[in-house]
Design a protein around this ligand. Structure first.
Ligand SMILES: C[S@@+](CC[C@H](N)C(=O)[O-])C[C@H]1O[C@@H](n2cnc3c(N)ncnc32)[C@H](O)[C@@H]1O
Length: 494
């Protein structure tokens, strides 16, 4: 897939926000639609020379699309491009006919924002707004000032936005029928930043985001005002319930590149408690780097002489032996709630979980002798940044002969005993690294981390882990520091 767009250098084109979509990108966008009805009412707002509708028609003429008729509505304000647009639509007509599809089109040479805002705003004497089953868009982008006519028009339909492109998308969204689909390519700027917050709220309230595609190469960006814009392509469906999962895909933006994709829980892309509704798009480049770096690791837990097991204390089976606080005859019982950054914070009298377990002849089989253990959570909440959360049990901080690890965590050990300290801390850094987290996400779509997952992972060799461990003495490193350390020791070039 080659660079997303080509631009005409003149300022007139800049004023129109006219950056035409290159054919391979248009084809890719057309391929992102889900199943469509037999008769498709298609909207192409800001149609330019019609690259997107043409790609859509080409796609529907392919096999097994099940579309019998396409009724395209195109809006384009630039009179100079209208002849080309009409000629391209006639080409579509011929192509569709040869594939047995009935293609009709209407070109509106007016201002999409002005016309649609008026119709959506219920202009008493005007026509009601049209309805569409599908929309494909590369809207114009240009800042619109607070007192511009565009801004007023959009305000009249409840949309406060500072850029033409978000205005276009907000209007297109309103014209889709429930279940109607939108594939759009826009700058990525709407994904964060306070200015786009009303737009994000509007978007996420009415459109279910199914897929996001990013270009890794900056060359594939639009050039606007001499600033490189990063683009995103999205596929969204008109509806109010966001999916559980979303596809994040990427391609380099270079010629004939591969598209890689990963499925993420939606909650990792838009955090459920984020009032600003930022749309986080994980970098596919770092995924690729993670994959490569993980692929070069040759050790596994067996060769490290390390075992990972699930915590042996199943609390509901040992109810009688559990104590809220420690007392004579008990030993510490560690739950995920005791995780506190890199180390264990114990006891936690305020916690709802017990802090201790009786050390008896019966319970001893569920306990482990004190030592340095690396613990990981088996379940992470959707809000947690990383899927893998590792923390150190340090016998110097919690003095005890025996300890109980509860069943909601996994613990790394050496034949039932503690680990070499440097090795444990090296594992701590490795497992908490973004690299491992991203690698992990590639094969695990859920938030649960089982001991089996940790067993199948490739690890750095013992010497490397120990060297990493020696470099960390206090376990309160930031994510950035951990990542720097790990990439340095694994010679990862990102
Ligand atoms: C980014 S270009 C994309 C063109 C085409 N969709 C493509 O992908 O190649 C946006 C187009 O919207 C047109 N445009 C700008 N403002 C418009 C408006 N208010 N109403 C209708 N079209 C507009 C521009 O002339 C330009 O052709």
């Amino acid at each position: 897939m080659k660079a997303a767009t080509t631009s005409h250098p003149s300022t007139r084109q800049e004023e129109l926000g006219q950056f035409l979509t290159a054919a391979p990108v248009a084809g890719f966008m057309a391929s992102m639609f889900g199943p469509l009805p037999g008769v498709v009412r298609l909207l192409d707002a800001g149609a330019g020379a019609g690259a997107l509708t043409s790609a859509f028609v080409v796609r529907m003429c392919g096999e097994n699309q099940g579309v019998r008729a396409i009724d395209a509505t195109l809006y384009e304000i630039d009179p100079q491009i209208l002849d080309t647009l009409a000629a391209n639509m006639r080409k579509c007509e011929r192509l569709a006919k040869s594939a047995g599809i009935h293609f009709t089109f209407t070109i509106h040479s007016g201002d999409f924002i002005e016309e649609m805002s008026a119709r959506l705003g219920g202009d008493l004497f005007g026509a009601p707004p049209p309805e569409f089953d599908a929309a494909i868009a590369n809207p114009p982008y240009r800042k619109i000032s607070t007192d511009s006519p565009e801004r007023h028009a959009l305000r009249s339909v409840g949309m406060e936005t500072s850029n033409l492109y978000t205005g276009f998308i907000a209007l297109i969204q309103r014209l889709l029928i429930p279940g109607g689909q939108l594939v759009g390519i826009t700058p990525r700027s709407f994904c964060n930043g306070p200015y786009f917050r009303p737009f994000r709220e509007d978007f996420l309230e009415h459109l279910e985001l199914r897929r996001l595609h990013v270009f890794e190469s900056r060359k594939a960006a639009f050039r606007k005002d001499n600033v490189l814009q990063e683009n995103v392509i999205f596929h969204a469906v008109k509806g109010r319930i966001q999916p559980d999962e979303i596809i994040i895909s990427s391609s380099s933006g270079e010629h004939r590149d591969l598209v890689t994709q990963t499925v993420f829980p939606f909650s990792e892309i838009v955090h459920p408690h984020d009032a600003a509704k930022f749309i986080h798009i994980p970098s596919a480049a770092s995924h690729a780097v993670a994959k490569e770096a993980m692929g070069s690791l040759s050790s596994n837990l067996a060769s490290l002489g390390v075992t990972v097991s699930t915590g042996r204390v199943v609390d509901f089976r040992l109810k009688d032996a559990l104590r809220k606080e420690s007392e004579p005859g008990t030993v510490p019982l560690v739950y995920p709630c005791h995780f506190n950054g890199g180390t264990i914070h114990w006891p936690k009298p305020q916690a709802r979980k017990p802090n201790a377990i009786l050390d008896t002849h019966e319970t001893r089989q569920w306990l482990v002798p004190s030592g340095v253990y690396l613990l990981t959570k088996r379940f992470t909440s959707k809000e947690e940044k990383r899927r893998l959360v590792a923390c150190l049990f340090d016998p110097d901080q919690i003095l005890t002969e025996w300890v109980g690890f509860e069943n909601h965590l996994n613990y790394f050990h050496t034949a039932g005993h503690g680990l070499d300290r440097d090795l444990a801390i090296g594992l701590y850094a490795f497992l908490n690294s973004t690299m491992v987290d991203q690698y992990f996400r590639r094969f695990s779509g859920h938030t649960q981390v089982n001991a089996t997952d940790l067993r199948t992972l490739a690890y750095p060799d013992r010497k490397t882990l120990q060297a990493m461990g020696r470099e960390i003495n206090v376990l309160d490193h930031s994510q950035e520091q951990i990542d720097l350390l790990v990439t340095k020791h694994l010679h990862v070039i990102s």
